[in-house]
Design a protein around this ligand. Structure first.
Ligand code: ZN
Ligand code: ZN
Length: 980
């Protein structure tokens, strides 16, 4: 491109003074773009002769690459004839700029062109000079401008909470932009020696969020920086956010007021309250509030330095009537403690003073709200409720007065009662009328209870004769399924099933915070348990069986709070379950809603289900208020204590702590749910099952914001965290003596968050252990058979078929359930079914004409479902079993051994009678008779009974086989026997 004249010897002679003219261009089209062009006269003498001006650009070199947007073009021009005009041009991709000017005639000039704001890419500069005869000479240079990379701008100060607690997870965000528009990575320094590491990429201008939990109390500087990709050039640090993490001192100061005593009655107004305050760390301030009818006062005082044991004396002037005195104290961590009492100052004659009352459901004082202002216990809807009333009397004798209890302004009890002098006393029985309790009055969302004493005519003060309180009411529901585990095995035949079902459900309803419950047993008798494996399963197999059984019920009955109790015969657990002792009568695993209990232990299901709600084994006392039965007060033990003898309730109840845990499980505003399940190994490995996002709302096992050892994280399409639902697990099998395990299962309901595109299972450090992407489309499914009108014969297999489609081509799995009451209730058949059909075993299904099949498809998260269009029928089983008496038969038997075949049967000594029996739906038992008298029943194949009793002569032995539908078959024969 360079048109350099082929020259020549150039001899320059510098003479005379030089002067300059300036040709300055204005602002160009882009910011910072500017050109200054100058000519310097150096001489009027030139030593070469050409026909046209010689123009030479000496700098920069043609083809050079620059990173500075400022370019200086230097050069000279010469012509012995003399030049008087020049022009220059600057070209770039998509534009150009030029200028020109005359100048005083000169033979040699130097020029300088300063270009500010080179355009990225090529920049061509052409310089031309014209001599006085009009001949042109020119030179040009082309340079490439590569703009340098710029670091990202300083990120914003991290935004997030400035206060927190040790181990509390706090979220922070920051944002910045990159001048070059590059993608960014961020790093947040937590100020405790740890940081997030570089995380990204995140587009310039999009916020970055992360979270942290500090281990130690202190004041931390949280700051962020960013770096661009791919240059990894770092921004400067953001301004630091100061975060104060308070210590884990959560023990509030303990205030012990020694004087005055609660309920004291004074006749003089001036008293001095005194007592002491203790705190593990130190009290930093104390004070009091004093309230009376129509007024209040108070004060507080800081202590010069924290004091662990502080005595106080506070003078007070009482007002007539009740005086509520609250002594308060705070420690350095901000924990607050107080002691509060009500005393009375009576100027007037004797009085009956209502002190307090509270409703009681199940456990005295349980269910009390732990947050906010305590207005009274919160109640469970329609749960039998007593009202305990305390009073004090300044009469000098017992008096009779009318006690009235109102709920929401309506009188529910009104009676004349004896009021004892002095006090405080509890009104006995608690709520008038005697031996009645509130139930239907206790309804959501709250009730007002009012207690009133009508003063003794002409004698008593009319003050203090009314108390009222407002109580929030919640609703709790539990559906209990009892199933006979191992029903297709001989050991499944056991008594006590129905009675245990009834009694244990009654006990659960009495002790749990439940408005209602539904307990039923599953008639199709789950054959899930140890169906093929001889001997005990592994812990993993056992957890999987229980977990998958729990999944079936949770997916089938999503709008119910479900617990499944697998009942087994006595001794079965030791024989069939790993890691158990001979006396174990129940066990549970954490986070699995299925427990196994032995029959006749009526409180064991309450205990084991308690474990599934997070209750731990302990031995705490529990006060009994079995209100329905009128058992009012008794010292007992919590059912989370050691095993309780068979077929008793004893003194077993629920302690306040356990009741409160269960009570807190009652949801306030149930969200839309998802059933998630899987296995967690101690070493951090996890296996997750297909999840089921179900549109029903229900209580969840882990709420958004819950913190735990593990958590489910919900991410949106940009990877932003929408929420975390934490849960705890322990590697333990809760049995008579808890056993450590290496695996923990879970089958949980968690909330669904709209907009979730990925679900992650994380450990407590935030490591992602497993992840599942939520695909765009939900599957669809159509049940094709049975689809209405079919008539099925029991004992035969039928194929359920369906068609399923998923627009994302996700792999689908299916949960299958049935109803035999036209869809009112559903019971699971199987889960994790693949393919498009399933063999339905009708042997265990009772005859009914209202059957429906439901198939729910899961693509891993999303679900679709369909039900048979109309009902179908399963007929009663009318096929009798077959039975044959195979021993003794046609021979001489000596001491139970056949010695000689004969055409008839002779027995000497005892003999084992044996029958073969079979049936299309299964043999329930074979009964043995001698001369028409029932002797024994055998539930086990081979069906046998040893006949070894005094018998001589001819007798008839008979066997009767029963199938599960009650159909029978008989075989008999006559024998000669000599057994003495
Ligand atoms: Zn236990
Ligand atoms: Zn307890």
């Amino acid at each position: 491109m360079k048109k350099r004249l082929l020259v020549m010897l150039i001899i320059l002679l510098f003479m005379g003074s030089s002067f300059t003219i300036s040709n300055e261009a204005g602002e160009g089209r882009i910011r910072n773009e500017k050109v200054i062009a100058k000519i310097t006269y150096k001489s009027n003498e030139c030593f070469i002769t050409t026909l046209q001006p010689i123009v030479v650009i000496t700098s920069p070199e043609d083809g050079s690459v620059v990173t500075d947007p400022h370019l200086t073009v230097l050069g000279y021009a010469m012509d012995e004839i003399g030049m008087n005009y020049w022009e220059w041009e600057w070209h770039w991709q998509g534009g150009s700029y030029s200028n020109s000017s005359y100048f005083e005639t000169a033979e040699y000039v130097e020029f300088r062109i300063d270009i500010y704001g080179l355009h990225p890419g090529w920049n061509l500069v052409i310089v031309r000079f014209k001599n006085i005869y009009g001949a042109w000479g020119e030179d040009s240079v082309n340079v490439t401008y590569n703009p340098p990379n710029n670091p990202p701008n300083k990120p914003t100060m991290p935004e997030g909470p400035t206060e927190g607690k040790v181990k509390e997870t706090l979220f922070y965000s920051t944002v910045t932009t990159d001048p070059d528009g590059d993608s960014l990575e961020y790093l947040i320094d937590w100020g405790d020696g740890s940081n997030t590491g570089w995380l990204g990429p995140i587009a310039s201008g999009y916020p970055f969020q992360s979270f942290h939990a500090w281990d130690e109390p202190g004041i931390y500087e949280v700051k962020a920086k960013a770096r661009d990709l791919p240059y990894l050039e770092e921004s400067e640090w953001s301004d630091a956010l100061i975060v104060t993490i308070s210590g884990n001192d959560t023990e509030p100061p303990v205030v012990v007021k020694k004087y005055p005593e609660n309920g004291s009655v004074f006749t003089e107004p001036n008293i001095t309250a005194w007592g002491y305050i203790t705190d593990n760390v130190g009290v930093v301030s104390y004070g009091y509030t004093h309230e009376w009818e129509g007024g209040a006062t108070g004060s507080s005082w800081p202590l010069e330095e924290p004091t662990t044991n502080f005595s106080f004396e506070i003078p007070l002037t009482l007002h007539e009537g009740w005086n509520k005195i609250k002594i308060e104290a705070s420690d350095a961590a901000g924990n607050y403690g107080y002691d509060e009492e009500t005393v009375y100052y009576n100027i007037s004659p004797p009085d009956i003073i209502l002190l307090e009352f509270y409703p009681i459901q199940v456990v005295k004082g349980a269910g009390i709200s732990q947050t906010g202002k305590i207005s009274g216990p919160e109640l469970v809807e329609k749960k039998p409720t007593l009202v305990e009333i305390w009073y004090k009397s300044t009469f000098n004798k017992n008096v009779k007065t009318k006690v009235i209890v109102k709920v929401n302004g309506v009188v529910v009890g009104e009676e004349i009662r004896t009021i004892k002098k002095g006090g405080p006393h509890k009104l006995e029985p608690w709520v008038p009328p005697p031996n009645k309790y509130l139930k239907k009055e206790v309804i959501k969302p709250k009730i007002t209870i009012e207690v009133e004493i009508v003063p003794v005519a002409g004698e008593a003060n009319i003050n203090n004769n009314k108390l009222s309180g407002e109580f929030k009411v919640k609703k709790g529901h539990l559906q209990l399924f009892y199933i006979r585990v191992g029903r297709n095995r001989p050991d499944a035949m056991f008594g006590g099933f129905e009675q245990t079902t009834f009694k244990s459900a009654e006990f659960i309803y009495a002790t749990y915070p439940l408005t209602s419950y539904c307990a039923g047993y599953v008639k199709n008798e789950y054959r899930l348990y140890f169906p093929t494996i001889p001997g005990k399963p592994t812990t993993k197999q056992e957890i999987n069986w229980l977990k998958n059984l729990g999944r079936r019920f949770r997916v089938t009955s999503p709008d119910e709070n479900v617990r499944v109790v697998g009942l087994v015969r006595k001794g079965w657990i030791f024989a069939n379950s790993p890691d158990t002792t001979p006396t174990t009568n129940g066990f549970a695993y954490p986070n699995i809603p299925v427990v196994i209990c032995e029959v006749d232990y009526w409180t064991t299901p309450a205990h084991e289900i308690g474990h599934t709600y997070g209750l731990q084994d302990h031995n705490r006392p529990a006060t009994i208020y079995w209100i329905i039965k009128g058992i009012l007060q008794k010292e007992g033990k919590c059912f989370m204590g050691p095993p309780i003898p068979p077929k008793t309730f004893g003194n077993d109840w629920i302690c306040k702590e356990c009741y409160n845990i269960l009570w807190n499980k009652i949801p306030k505003d149930p969200p839309e749910i998802m059933v998630v399940s899987g296995l967690i190994y101690r070493d951090g490995r996890v296996e997750i099952d297909p999840f089921y996002h179900l549109s029903q709302r229900n209580l969840v096992d882990a709420e958004i914001g819950d913190v735990g050892d593990y958590s489910f994280g919900f991410l949106d399409e940009h990877g932003n965290l929408l929420g975390l639902a934490g849960f705890n697990t322990s590697f333990v099998k809760f049995s008579e003596s808890p056993v450590e395990t290496n695996i923990s299962g879970f089958c949980l309901r968690i909330p669904w968050i709209n907009g979730t595109k990925e679900i992650q299972l994380r450990d407590k450090d935030g490591n992602v252990l497993a992840s599942r992407i939520v695909s765009k489309n939900s599957p669809t499914v159509t049940v094709t058979h049975p689809n209405g009108g079919e008539i099925l014969h029991p004992g035969e297999n039928y194929t359920i078929t369906w068609e399923a489609y998923d627009a994302d081509a996700d792999e689908l799995t299916f949960a299958i359930s049935y109803s035999n009451d036209s869809g009112e209730t559903w019971l699971p058949i199987d889960i994790d079914v693949t393919g498009n059909n399933y063999i339905l075993d009708t042997r265990w299904l009772p005859p009914e004409d209202k059957y429906l099949i439901k198939v729910i498809a899961s693509d891993g998260v999303n679900t679709g479902q369909d039900t048979s269009d109309a009902t179908f029928t399963i007929l009663p089983d009318t096929t009798p079993p077959t039975v044959e008496l195979v021993k003794p038969r046609n021979g001489l038997y000596l001491n139970d051994r056949k010695i000689i075949p004969l055409p008839f049967t002779v027995i000497i000594g005892g003999v084992t009678i044996e029958a073969d029996a079979s049936d299309n739906i299964g043999i329930s038992n074979v009964s043995f008779y001698v001369d028409g008298e029932f002797k024994n029943a055998s539930y086990v194949s081979p069906f046998t009974w040893t006949w070894n009793e005094f018998a001589i002569g001819r007798h008839k032995i008979k066997v009767v086989a029963y199938d599960f539908a009650g159909n029978t078959a008989i075989d008999e024969q006559k024998v000669w026997i000599f057994n003495i």
